[in-house]
Ligand binder design. Structure first.
Ligand SMILES: Nc1ncnc2c1ncn2[C@@H]1O[C@H](COP(=O)(O)OP(=O)(O)OP(=O)(O)O)[C@@H](O)[C@H]1O
Ligand SMILES: [Mg+2]
Ligand SMILES: [Zn+2]
Length: 449
């Protein structure tokens, strides 16, 4: 007889609670706990494979050969292409372009390979219309509009595709599990079943996962630990630019980003992100500075803005977008204590343009310069870029990849770059740009004005 048990699961992080509560104790999210009835007596009918222990030296790695998706931006984020038997999760908010990206790569990977595109959200007609718009013409692309996992596995067994795409995991369900599609149990179990299938058949599997803020359906976070790669597709609502960010990768580095532009012909790769991030930049105004950062393996120039204004309350506000709030508070304290720039009665805001998040210490100096020039109302010449870490005594510390950062600034027509003094040692010669090494924040400010 079926034995049922009621559990309370957080749709954000997947942690099980013994009782319902308004807030998840584990991840702190509000209103994300859902009641789920799970059948504890039966286990779903899963594909079985014999497991035999193998000496490490005899394990074949031939299948590590990668399939190129035809989109260099995606391949780089994946660590050099699609790995056979790899399970890749593409997460993102509704309408951001997840289905578009996956349908578009079918154009290239479909050459000589059979692809099974399973959609639980759209009709075959809708997908065909999108494929026509994206000019994806492929006889080897099979569409399956189905949400039942057993039936999908049956199709995979009979069709033997070379690549499988599941769009989206929140619509899929296993018959043996009583909870509704999109619940934590269903999403987790379906992912495990598909993952096992991909490993046994040694085919790459793409899974689409919706990021939904209201907590009614389980988010991609609850399956991050099962899959091999986790990519998040991000972008602002009013901008056509999209960032593909890697959150986990068992086959490569996780700090790579890919940039795309959404057009009516689909996603276009942005090969020159610096140019894009700097376009439309105001010239000769105070409170901005161009930061030379490294994103993954590439140098990227990004505009940072600082705004300082009188605080109306006793407790001044410190807010940042694209930069750590604690790091901002720390920088302000250093500027005040070590360099004599007073912010204590002032609200300070920092913004990184283009949806980028600057996590490396090299962003300290440009952010400090944006704040100081904002405070002093000194216009910054648009030919200046900067990078460097700010230490607690106000000293500018050296950072890695100085040559690549300077070369990128020179390539984009900058005339002067402010760098840590220590980085001058062993620097390649840069004839086309003036390089100024600075030891303190004051020196950096003098170099700008
Ligand atoms: N005709 C069009 N011209 C230009 N852009 C379009 C057109 N049709 C759709 N788009 C863009 O594609 C986006 C939807 O892409 P897509 O359906 O791939 O997103 P998704 O992430 O799969 O969304 P969902 O959550 O609905 O599955 C739209 O938000 C829009 O920006
Ligand atoms: Mg979609
Ligand atoms: Zn939680």
């Amino acid at each position: 007889m079926a034995k049922k048990k009621t559990t309370y699961v957080c749709t954000e992080c997947g942690v099980t609670h013994s009782a319902w509560s308004g807030r998840c104790f584990s991840c702190g999210a509000w209103d994300t706990i859902q009641e789920e009835v799970v059948d504890v007596s039966s286990s779903p009918n899963l594909p079985q494979g014999q497991s035999v222990a193998t000496p490490l030296s005899e394990v074949s790695t031939e299948s590590e050969s990668r399939i190129l998706s035809g989109m260099a931006e995606l391949d780089r984020v994946l660590g050099g292409g699609i790995v056979k038997g790899g399970v890749m999760l593409i997460g993102g908010s509704p309408g951001i372009g997840k289905s578009t990206l996956l349908l578009q790569i079918c154009k290239t990977i479909g050459q000589g390979r059979k692809i099974l595109y399973v959609s639980g959200e759209e009709s075959a007609r809708q997908i065909k219309l999108r494929a026509d718009r994206l000019q994806v013409i492929s006889d080897s692309l099979l569409l399956l509009c189905e949400t039942n996992v057993e039936s999908i596995l049956e199709n995979i067994r009979s069709e033997k595709p070379d690549v499988v795409i599941i769009d989206s995991i929140q619509t899929m369900s296993l018959t043996d599990i009583t909870s509704s599609p999109g619940s934590v149990t269903q999403v987790r179990e379906c992912t495990s079943v598909f993952t096992r299938m991909a490993k046994l058949a040694d085919i790459p599997l793409f899974i689409v996962g919706h990021v939904n803020k209201d907590g009614a359906i389980a988010g991609p976070k609850v399956i991050e630990h099962i899959v091999d790669c986790v990519l998040y597709f991000e972008g602002e609502r009013h901008s056509s630019y999209r960032l593909l960010r890697c959150a986990k990768n068992r086959y490569g580095a996780t700090d790579e980003i890919g940039m795309f532009e959404m057009t009516d012909q689909g996603l276009l790769e942005v090969e020159n992100p610096s140019l894009l991030l700097l376009s439309g930049r105001p010239t000769n105004v105070s409170g901005i500075c161009v930061a030379c950062t490294i994103e993954g393996s590439r140098p990227v120039l990004a505009e940072v803005q600082g705004l300082v204004s009188p605080s109306t309350f006793g407790n001044p506000r410190r807010m940042s977008t694209g930069f750590d709030n604690y790091r901002l508070a720390l920088l302000l304290a250093v500027l005040e204590k070590r360099a004599g720039y007073y912010f204590s009665n002032l609200d300070a805001y920092v913004n990184v343009i283009g949806g980028l998040t600057l996590t490396e210490p090299a962003a300290d100096l440009p952010i400090a310069l944006a704040l100081i020039t904002g405070l002093k109302d000194v216009p910054v010449s648009d030919g200046i870029a900067a990078f460097g870490e700010v230490g607690l005594t106000g000293e500018i510390r050296s950072v890695s990849n100085a040559n690549a950062r300077i070369a990128e600034a020179a390539r984009l027509g900058f005339t002067k770059v402010i760098i840590p003094h220590h980085n001058l040692q062993g620097l390649a010669s840069h004839d086309d740009i003036e390089v100024v090494g600075v030891k303190t924040i004051q020196e950096a400010f003098e170099a700008i004005s």
